[in-house]
Design a protein around this ligand. Structure first.
Ligand code: DGL
Length: 265
């Protein structure tokens, strides 16, 4: 039993789509969320740069006594999780595009994946696609510009619609029945994606699976918070705190005043 917080980090606001689910599934836990919005996006950065940023964030979270860290970013997981696991002794939960369940469930034998350049070009993704999606057609698309749109809170803008239509049309033409969201920023675009692709296509968001995996690890390492412990949330950002505050309020309700701090890396 351990009342220390769980650390959650992302290149920016996207990981809030994971935090939202963690908070729901683990109501007794406390969380420290780090948004590296000052260095966002990670997608086009080199593996070395992403590793260096991820290590800085993890050191900060460990300094804040986090007992487990969720890397709520596909791009940072692809670039840095192995090195994080070998450097620090606390458990890590990483996130990878859910192409395995999508490939298994696909009836049309055709699936789409929208992710960042770093994720789609990473070795991890290549290995998983080869292993689990060898007998389906995978329509891969880099979601260039989408992370910035979510960071700006412009998820309902014309710019968002224009980019998404361009990225999703080839998938629709390819008769996909599943679209995997391989970046934690993209679930905030689901209402727009749904309007573009219609009802018949499954949009795969891995947040629920990450919640279950975090729960399993807390149990395995006996790290659960005491039953009467009340979960608290602290938010840190290396960028502008306003969009972070707005998105937390959008998720949790306009009345709450989240505790947000600016933190340079
Ligand atoms: N949320 C990050 C991910 O899941 C976005 C990466 C970026 O900043 O480009 O990959």
């Amino acid at each position: 039993m351990n009342n220390n917080p769980i650390g959650v980090f992302d290149s920016g606001l996207g990981g809030l789509s994971i935090w939202k689910e963690l908070e729901k599934q683990l109501p007794n836990e406390s969380f420290i969320y780090f948004a590296d919005s000052g260095n966002c996006p990670y997608g086009p950065k080199s593996v070395d740069e992403i590793q260096s940023l991820s290590h800085k964030i993890v050191r900060f979270l460990i300094h804040k006594e986090c007992k487990l860290i969720v890397v709520a970013c596909n791009t940072a997981t692809a670039a840095a999780i192995n090195s994080l696991r070998t450097t620090y002794s606390i458990p890590f939960v990483g996130i990878e595009p859910a192409i395995k369940p999508a490939a298994l469930k696909s009836k049309t034998r055709s699936i789409g994946i929208l992710a960042t350049q770093g994720t789609l070009e990473g070795q991890k993704f290549k290995d998983t696609s080869q292993k689990y999606a060898g007998n389906v057609t995978v329509h891969m698309q880099i979601g260039k510009g989408l992370v910035e749109i979510v960071e700006r809170g412009a998820t309902e803008s014309q710019a968002a619609e224009k980019l998404l239509r361009t990225y999703l049309q080839p998938m629709l033409d390819g008769n996909v029945d599943h679209i995997v969201l391989g970046c934690t920023h993209y679930p905030f675009l689901i209402p727009m994606i749904r309007r573009i692709v219609g009802k018949g296509i499954s949009i795969v968001n891995p947040a629920n699976a990450i919640g279950l995996q975090t729960k399993r690890l807390l149990e395995r390492y006996k790290l659960n918070a005491f039953k009467d412990g009340r979960g608290q949330n602290l938010f840190f950002t290396s960028g502008d705190p306003i969009p972070l505050r707005n998105l937390v309020r959008k998720i949790k309700g306009e009345k709450i005043t989240p505790s947000i701090f600016q933190q340079k890396l």
